[in-house]
Design a protein around this ligand. Sequence first.
Ligand code: RP5
Length: 168
Amino acid sequence: MARVGIVMGSDSDMPVMAKAAQVLDELGISYEMRIISAHREPDVFFEYANMAEEKGFKVIIAGAGMAAHLPGMCAAIFPMPVIGIPMHTTSLGGRDSLYSIVQMPSGIPVATVAINGGANAGILAAKILAVSDEELLKKLKDYSSSLKDSVQAKDEKLQELGYKGYMK
Ligand code: RP5
């Protein structure tokens, strides 16, 4: 049974949403991924949001661009956490998506990550699930350690080569 719902407003959002899915794949978290437009097919959207709890989702990751109502409307219906990913847009640089997703009215929160923040959405979903999953929590701690190791390896290389050698 999928623990996370990943939903995007259009297939043009896929490169960003794939980063969230990749994180869940790496952490062994089951998910269902869908393309559903709240604007272009509201009936399909309402069916999806209404069934999400019954399907077993504990978190929904919803990404959308422009007048990005998909995450907020998921949060209006789904009773568990919703993580919103604002898509970069050519006209307004993603500020349109960001403001549409982050500026939710009191009572209906959406945990909004950065513009195009697909990977962080996946990590945040994992952290939410890890509250009641010791094995997953251990994987997330290992992931944090790997981030530290990677920065330290870069600094060691810098100390060894100097900045000119580092940039070659
Ligand atoms: C939103 O409109 C989608 O989430 C997408 O980011 C944006 C543009 O959609 P397309 O015109 O590329 O299908 O609903």
